[in-house]
Write a protein that binds this ligand. Structure first.
Ligand code: FAD
Ligand code: A2P
Length: 363
């Protein structure tokens, strides 16, 4: 090769990274413009966003969104699910409760790779059998109710909290396909599991964060995982994470007998009275000030002052999980509660969302 040709070739090769980098930048720009998920991820894993401390307000603070890039997702997909084995399946309800809600644990130890997850994620379940068209059933998502260490702290189980769906149609009782399959399943049986999925409900890393939790029914599942991570002695020993903030659980259930994991939460409260508040709304036993059913949004209003003092702290996160129908009621209550403190919820909520402090998973 002549000298001049070699020089041109070397020069050309030397430009390749520059050209790739240039196209990479263009691609990144386009993706961030067009794909909100990608855009969100790139915010998630890198930059500090400038934001106001409260909606009204004054000092400008730099809040770093947490880096969730290492959180596992989709280790097992619907086309290639993991076959977990049911370890235990028991009722969480007391005598006189309405309906059926079970705690179900699956053994994951045969997984290769092992299905790993963190608190706040969900898994998918594919019920056995076929639908009315002879096709395999579709996947259903369930919030994980255990910590990453599992209920036995060995790191190879996952637990769910499942309510059996039942409704009346044309005088007939219809049972939900997957929830009935799960509530009926016996230890030793194999279940198709996918995931984990979801980064919306993850806990912050800060040991001194404040965590406000608003749950109805099985919406308690991720909160049970958070509270175990914070307050269960075995879990604390395992997780090397020493929660020092304030946790406040608002739990909605129709009857006292329907409260889920209540003894555990009461025992955490007794042991850590400065760190945990536990407020219940028992809709069919207690009345709100208007004489209607007591819902968690009525409790939010009762505690508006204290709640919003907490929310003004940039280390406070709010988690909402359970019935989709509770969202308008919660929004209305937050609106009223905010205005009683001179704050504008319509501005504050998007602000909290932007800061990664407002977490919602309803279904
Ligand atoms: P299906 O057989 O799928 O029946 C549901 C269908 O029945 C509905 O789509 C609707 O068409 C119909 N239907 C329902 N109610 C009525 C009614 N009153 N009248 C007429 N038709 C009706 N569930 C839990 O129990 N625990 C959890 O932790 C949990 N976590 C979830 C997390 C996420 C992110 C999501 C998206 C959902 C979660 N769910 C959870 C709900 C769960 O995924 C299922 O939707 C639920 O178990 C019902 O599934 P199924 O197969 O039993 O019901
Ligand atoms: P209710 O059913 O008495 O109206 P579960 O899943 O075990 O049934 O619990 C759900 C809880 O959430 C119940 O206490 C239920 O009350 C309550 N609930 C129902 N609708 C709403 C709503 N729109 N906002 C808040 N809570 C609600």
């Amino acid at each position: 090769m002549a000298y001049s040709e070699a020089t041109v070739l070397a020069g050309g090769l030397a430009h390749i990274p520059v050209v790739i980098g240039f196209f990479g930048l263009i691609q990144k720009f386009i993706l961030n413009k067009t794909n909100p998920k990608t855009a969100e991820k790139s915010i998630d894993s890198s930059v500090n966003i400038k934001t106001n401390e409260s909606a009204q307000s004054t000092p400008t603070k730099t809040i770093k969104k947490p880096d969730h890039s290492k959180v596992p997702v989709n280790t097992y997909r619907p086309k290639n699910p993991f076959l977990g084995t049911v370890k235990e399946n028991y009722s969480l309800l007391k005598k006189g409760a309405i309906g059926r809600v079970n705690h179900i644990t699956f053994d994951l130890s045969q997984g290769d790779p092992l299905l790993k997850y963190v608190e706040g994620q969900s898994i998918g379940i594919i019920p056995a059998g076929e639908d009315s068209k002879g096709k395999p059933h579709k996947i259903r998502l369930y919030s994980i109710a255990s910590t990453r260490h599992g209920d036995d702290f060995k790191g190879n189980t996952v637990s769910l909290c499942v309510r059996q769906l039942q409704y009346e149609k044309d005088g007939e009782t219809i049972d939900g396909v997957c929830s009935t399959y799960l509530c009926d399943i016996a230890p030793g049986e194999k279940v198709k599991i996918t995931g984990p999925v979801g980064k919306e409900m993850l806990l912050p890393e800060d040991e001194d964060a404040n965590i406000i939790m608003l749950a109805t029914g099985t919406g308690i599942a991720p909160m049970r995982a958070y509270l175990r991570r914070m307050f269960d002695p075995n879990e604390i020993e395992k997780n090397n994470w020493n929660f020092k903030g304030k946790a406040w659980l608002f739990m909605g259930a129709p009857k006292t007998a329907n409260l889920l994991y209540d003894e555990d939460f009461e025992s955490y409260k007794a042991k850590f009275p400065k760190n945990l508040k536990y407020t219940k709304a028992i809709s069919r036993e207690q009345k709100n000030p208007k004489g209607g059913r007591m819902y968690i949004q009525d409790r939010v209003l009762e505690h508006a002052d204290e709640l919003f003092s907490l929310i003004e702290n940039p280390k406070t996160h709010i988690y909402l999980c359970g019935l989709k129908g509770m969202e308008p009621g919660i929004d209305e209550a937050m609106n009223k509660a905010a205005s009683s403190k001179g704050l504008d919820w319509s501005k504050l909520r998007p602000q909290l969302k932007k800061e990664g402090r407002w977490h919602v998973e309803t279904y």
